[in-house]
Design a protein. Structure first.
Length: 147
């Protein structure tokens, strides 16, 4: 059953994604955040690091490790999303309050000078949040560079 039924486009940020109309969506310029029921998960979208995909992914991973503690990337996949090269990572970490979380992240490179990224985190004990975040991240797309 599809949870994320509404498409949101951030023209300034250069991306779009699907989400549930029952979730909270906050947008400021090129950054968009989706907040699930009871703050059970948060997904952030925005511009990604510059450079080729390996450099952008390494910069992104470094930022996650600087922001959170005990970060472990368990799975990395390179794939094509709507014709653009992308990298997806799944892992775990601990936030500033000492709470463990799981995450799913994606970086898409629609052009050499542009990247967009998504980072979703949830409490590991709530399977439905993992499924919701995965569905939203899987719907994440970069807008055409000419758009």
């Amino acid at each position: 059953m599809q949870i994320a039924t509404k498409r949101r486009t951030n023209l300034q940020g250069g991306y779009s994604f699907r989400y549930s109309p029952q979730w909270s969506v906050r947008q400021r310029a090129e950054i968009t955040r989706v907040i699930g029921p009871g703050h059970g998960f948060v997904i952030s979208f925005g511009p990604g690091p510059a450079g080729g995909l390996p450099v952008a992914f390494d910069d992104f991973a470094a930022l996650v490790r600087e922001t959170y503690q005990n970060v472990r990337v368990n799975e990395v996949a390179v794939e094509c999303v709507s014709g653009y090269l992308s990298a997806k990572a799944r892992g775990r970490g601990t936030n500033g309050q000492g709470t463990e979380f799981e995450f799913l992240a994606m970086i898409i490179k629609p052009s050499p000078g542009q990247a967009v990224g998504a980072f979703g985190a949830w409490r590991p004990e709530v399977t439905r949040f993992r499924l919701a975040v995965t569905e939203v991240i899987d719907s994440f797309q970069a807008n055409s560079p000419s758009a």
